[in-house]
Design a protein around this ligand. Structure first.
Ligand code: GLY
Length: 380
């Protein structure tokens, strides 16, 4: 059975062409930037003030995706420029958190996979080694943050987002034929499955542990509305993170967990297909997060590829519905602006960005279309 209808295939082809038409222009003017969002519709730049931001792999990664799919060398030049700029993040060692997978799996992983660049292999290896060193062997978890406003002591905090950092460890195990990296990734994934996923399939963002004993002592609301709520991007990290851990290890429970998280996400979003930032927050103020939809779509596409024939339609239709609805409502295809998808958010509280364009939304939108076009390699 074909996974996509004729209409969907035509739409995917059209969107890929639009991505290339716009990004082949934006790549030239944002060549030496590491954008987070836009100011008056043009990319901002975090390279001087925020080089260690977890989002800094997304612009190089987006350019690697476009290079991989088009072979236009202008994308490669921008991707390599961003990758080199990120060497300054290694110099800022105290500022490196668990996000080394988000950053270097996207900035350097594709370069090594596509061109064999030796420096990219080293950068990715450093990212994997740093992440390994954050493993707490008593509690069997990877420490997330160094410092955070939610706790004076962050040594026992885990967050669902770390699931997307694990692929750099799976890569290192394969690259060096050394199971240690995979062992650590799987211990962390097992622990996350046990403590972050609720019985109804919804996800806790932050779990608090005693870092001496590993005992779970509580949870925090994190970037969502409150303790007990459901941050939609965290829910999407669970879908995509667990299916990726399944792809890299073959452990069935990870696929089951990705599916449970997906079922919760689909039932929470299916009235509108535009995710609220938190699925359990009050309706007002209306804070949306289109990035959650794009990340979830990437995970749903992978699940659809893995499940038996009779299950595929559920996941693939949900992915397409998210992509088409959000694109129709919030895409900006003008070549005068630098962003593509609007209405993403950072977090519920604080000085968070609300209902804006943020680079990771464009990255995951393009990654979903790249997957649907049938391009390889998988970037995670
Ligand atoms: N730290 C990843 C996120 O904000 O989703």
């Amino acid at each position: 059975m074909e996974l996509l209808t004729k209409h969907e295939t035509e739409w995917i082809n059209k969107i890929w062409e639009k991505l290339d038409a716009k990004l082949s222009v934006v790549t030239l003017r944002s060549r030496d930037k590491l954008p987070f969002c836009t100011k008056t519709h043009m990319h901002d730049d975090t390279k001087d003030d925020g080089i260690n931001c977890w989002t800094n792999g997304f612009w190089p990664g987006l350019n690697w995706l476009m290079y991989s799919g088009t072979k236009n060398e202008e994308y490669l030049k921008t991707a390599e420029t961003g990758e080199k700029l990120l060497d300054a993040a290694f110099d800022n060692y105290d500022q490196i958190s668990h996000d080394t997978g988000f950053i270097w799996r996207l900035a350097s992983g594709p370069n090594y996979a596509l061109t064999g660049n030796e420096k990219s292999r080293i950068r990715q290896s450093m990212a994997a080694s740093h992440l390994m060193a954050r493993f707490n062997p008593v509690g069997e978890f990877i420490r997330a943050w160094n410092k955070h406003s939610i706790a004076d002591d962050c040594s026992g905090l885990t967050i669902i987002d770390t699931m997307l950092n694990l692929p750099v460890l799976y890569w290192a195990s394969r690259e060096y034929n050394d199971p240690r990296f995979r062992f650590v990734a799987m211990k962390h994934a097992d622990n996350t499955m046990l403590n972050h996923i609720r019985p109804d399939g919804s996800v806790r963002h932050v779990v608090i542990r005693n870092s001496e004993t590993g005992e779970v002592t509580g949870e925090a609301g994190g970037q969502g509305y409150a303790i007990g709520s459901c941050w939609s991007r965290g829910q999407a990290w669970a879908i995509y993170g667990f299916v990726l851990s399944y792809i890299h290890t073959g452990k069935e429970e990870y696929l089951d967990t990705a599916k449970r998280a997906a079922h919760y996400f689909i039932s929470a979003v299916c009235n509108t297909w535009i995710p609220m930032l938190d699925f359990r927050s009050p309706k007002e103020p209306a804070i949306y997060d289109t990035s959650a939809g794009m990340i979830a779509a990437c995970g749903l596409i992978e699940i659809a590829r893995l499940v038996p024939e009779y299950e595929k339609g559920l996941y693939m239709r949900a992915a397409i519905k998210l992509l088409m609805t959000i694109e129709e409502k919030y895409a900006d295809w003008s070549k005068e602006t630098d962003f593509i998808i609007d209405m993403a958010s950072g977090s519920y509280k604080g000085t968070a960005h609300h209902n804006e364009n943020i680079i990771y939304t464009d990255y995951y939108f393009a990654e979903a279309i790249y997957k649907l076009k049938g391009f390889e390699p998988l970037f995670w």
